[in-house]
Design a protein around this ligand. Structure first.
Ligand SMILES: [Zn+2]
Length: 270
């Protein structure tokens, strides 16, 4: 995707590649550089919000921001026992997601329940996400990077790519164009322009959010609530700490970060 194709979008300049942090010397979490206003996280499966940006959500809540989460699929392929009824796994995972978000201080979550494992960036998904954006009216949207496909040792889940694509399509142009999805006007959902997008699960991070301290601890607690996913044998806390430290190094030595989440940031306008 080029800037021209995205119309109003501009990507971060070199000068803006600095970490999204205010820096050290503060006892609490430093304020992020996110624009004023609510934050909406759009993620494919229960647990993706927390793995993708759980530390940042915790930090934003500590800053006093309103954070809401939309989970796009029903999570019914998040297991390996074909005998478990879909509704049972769905309800369990939604309960885990609510508990996880509770650890982060996030209480506003919506489950769209598109079928897990079969998500396409189709118009019905875009429509549902446009409705969510117009309802929550976020200044900043966190979502999957839909261009991230192949990592060393890991193929990005097709639902992640589809959810990311649909989220970006909803951000631009649908949510901000009064002529798009005009049926939503009848629900009182007028057009809304998102100012900034932070994409997680990315190979092209250009912005980092400091999650050292309480935000990282809350993220680890949140991940632990996804008991159907993390299993008893995985030392996820160690994995999370090492991952956050590794990501912090990617921000560069000048940033002085010890634990971070990295994002591909797209600045859409004021
Ligand atoms: Zn996922």
């Amino acid at each position: 995707m080029t800037d021209d194709e995205q119309g109003q979008a501009t990507t971060s300049s070199e000068a803006e590649l600095a970490p999204d942090v205010a820096g050290g010397g503060q006892t609490g979490p430093a304020p992020t550089a996110l624009p004023e206003g609510p934050v909406l996280v759009i993620a494919a499966h229960p647990d993706d919000p927390d793995f993708g940006c759980g530390g940042s959500m915790a930090r934003l809540v500590l800053e006093g921001r309103r954070v809401a989460v939309v989970v796009v699929t029903d999570g019914t392929e998040g297991g390996e026992d074909p005998a478990v009824p879909d509704a049972e796994l769905r309800d369990r995972r939604e309960g885990e997601q609510r508990a996880a978000l509770g650890e982060l201080g996030v209480h506003d979550v919506e489950f769209l329940r598109f079928p897990d494992g079969r998500l396409q960036p189709a118009l019905d998904v875009r429509h549902a996400l446009t409705r969510a954006i117009r309802r929550y009216r976020p200044a900043t949207v966190f979502a999957h990077d839909p261009t991230a496909h192949l990592f060393e040792g890991y193929i990005n889940h097709p639902d992640h790519r589809a959810a990311g694509m649909a989220a970006l399509d909803a951000v631009f142009p649908s949510a901000g164009n009064p002529r798009a999805f005009r049926d939503l006007l009848a629900e009182g959902l007028t057009a809304h322009k998102v100012k900034m997008v932070y994409l997680f699960y990315t190979a092209q991070a250009n912005a980092w959010i400091d999650i050292a301290g309480a935000p990282l601890e809350r993220k680890i607690a949140a991940i632990g609530r996804h008991e159907s996913q993390v299993g008893p044998d995985w030392d996820y806390a160690k994995w999370m700490r090492e991952g956050a430290a590794h990501t912090a190094k990617e921000a560069g030595p000048d940033a002085g970060l010890e634990a971070a989440e990295g994002f591909r940031r797209i600045i859409l306008g004021d």
